[in-house]
Write a protein that binds this ligand. Structure first.
Ligand code: 5GP
Ligand code: ZN
Length: 112
């Protein structure tokens, strides 16, 4: 499958991966927008948030809890931001579900 993040999961493209379990991996974003900026992704290919279904409920929760735990391990205990972009208007550029974790700088609202 021609999916960048599936290739990172398979180890076919290098990434600064720092966490892996049987269902998810986490790696630093190549275009970091904050001092801490990493992505938590399912190993299974799911193109967009719209492609999640009820069978993915536990996996979706695992992404969230993994992001929370790793954010704190990366020193973001004063706060952090989670972002999931869905499809074109949501700003999604890589069509494999991922959760951005951003931290170690002040976030503002609303986003651009
Ligand atoms: P999206 O815009 O789809 O929500 O986010 C995709 C993210 O993937 C972007 O923040 C981008 O910097 C990151 N990204 C794109 N290609 C690569 C890559 O080859 N390696 C890593 N580590 N991150 C990537
Ligand atoms: Zn994929």
């Amino acid at each position: 499958m021609d999916c960048l993040f599936c290739k990172i999961v398979a180890g076919e493209i290098p990434a600064r991966k720092f966490y892996e379990d049987d269902q998810v991996i986490a790696f630093h974003d190549i275009g970091a927008q904050a001092p801490v900026h990493f992505l938590v992704i399912p190993k299974k290919h799911i193109a967009t948030l719209n492609d999640l279904d009820e069978g993915d409920q536990a996996l979706a929760g695992l992404l969230l809890l993994t992001a929370q735990r790793l954010a704190n391990q990366q020193g973001c205990d004063d706060g952090f931001r989670l972002v999931m972009n869905c499809k074109a208007l949501g700003g999604q550029t890589v069509y494999h579900v991922h959760m951005h974790v951003l931290g170690q700088r002040q976030m503002t609202w609303p986003p651009g």
